[in-house]
Design a protein around this ligand. Sequence first.
Ligand SMILES: NC(=O)c1ccc[n+]([C@@H]2O[C@H](COP(=O)([O-])OP(=O)(O)OC[C@H]3O[C@@H](n4cnc5c(N)ncnc54)[C@H](O)[C@@H]3O)[C@@H](O)[C@H]2O)c1
Ligand SMILES: [Zn+2]
Ligand SMILES: [Zn+2]
Length: 361
Amino acid sequence: MVHEVRGVVARSKGQPVQTETILVPDPGPGEALIGVQACGVCHTDLHYREGAINDDFPFLLGHEAAGIVEAVGPDVTSVAPGDFVVLNWRAVCGECRSCRRGRPQYCFSTHNAAQKMTLEDGTVLTPALGIGAFAEKTLVAAGQATKVDASASPAAVGLLGCGVMAGLGAALFTGNVQKGDSVAVFGCGGVGDAAIVGARLAGAAKIIAVDLDATKLEWARNFGATHTVNASRDDAVEAVRALTDGNGADVCIEAVGNPAVMRQAFFARDLAGTLVQVGVPDPSMTIELPMIEFFGRGGALKPSWYGDCLPSRDFPMLVDLYLQGRLPLDAFVSETIELDAVEEAFRKMERGEVLRSVVVL
Ligand SMILES: NC(=O)c1ccc[n+]([C@@H]2O[C@H](COP(=O)([O-])OP(=O)(O)OC[C@H]3O[C@@H](n4cnc5c(N)ncnc54)[C@H](O)[C@@H]3O)[C@@H](O)[C@H]2O)c1
Ligand SMILES: [Zn+2]
Ligand SMILES: [Zn+2]
């Protein structure tokens, strides 16, 4: 059976997205059909519609989602109809050279659904990050759906599907923040604020939020920043050093995707400190550093893909922390919107008015 549902489609580069009728097949082997309940609007969705990811238009956007499993393929045992799940773009294959070496968080061959979703005329849709969840139903690989406690709010926990997980993991896993550490987070959008929350969970003693926008810094304080630096006014590197006894922070997290900020994060570290790059650069960006600084400062420079998370390990645990009141996921939901309001939500995101607009179905 083919399901006829509404979905948000980007037809061509730079054109406003539209809600259209899409066709979603029933799940085949290894697949799951998801009734989407909530899906956050992420910068990556806008990048797709601007043609900045690839040219495989039309795209079915949306990828930070939670919902209910409606049906599964004949061989699927990891989830069952009725399960409440958070979707992910890291369905580890178990077989690639990284998985075989015991490093599934880097899996180089993650799974997506084999069958295609289409427009009514049969045009094949490319789902954003292999998900495509700005839709009433979507088809994913079963490994892209992780069962979590069903009493959680879909709008809040769906955000673990991308940006919030990336930020939390940048601090918890990639940065490996330890009790008593000093941490500086550069860029306090949804990802940076999640890194602040992660640093706090890990027991960081000092959490310095750096942004250009005073409102963002105020929000960062609410998420647990102990100090703030307004980089539109002050020299960010000097300010972080001044707040850490002249030494620099143990862990600096770049959550903008900007070479100037990357440089600041590099130089704002203490000796042997760690720089985590979670902000995604565009392909034209470069960074130049004196080799003696790279060597002399020691430590580690670490890109963070999806916060080095393992959805099957981390989503249930983080949802439990959320339900215990220890992870403020609701605070990332700036507003809930209808499917038709995604284009408008892109505008609010560009103006910096929201952390996350979340489509609720
Ligand atoms: N690594 C991953 O797996 C992953 C996953 C999701 C998102 N991301 C990336 O994380 C980055 C942040 O995402 P977001 O949703 O938080 O975006 P956002 O636009 O909401 O937040 C960016 C923040 O950076 C601030 N900023 C901009 N220029 C700055 C500067 N020069 N100095 C200090 N602050 C500055 C902005 O004011 C804003 O608060 C993006 O590049 C996004 O693509 C990475
Ligand atoms: Zn793999
Ligand atoms: Zn995203």
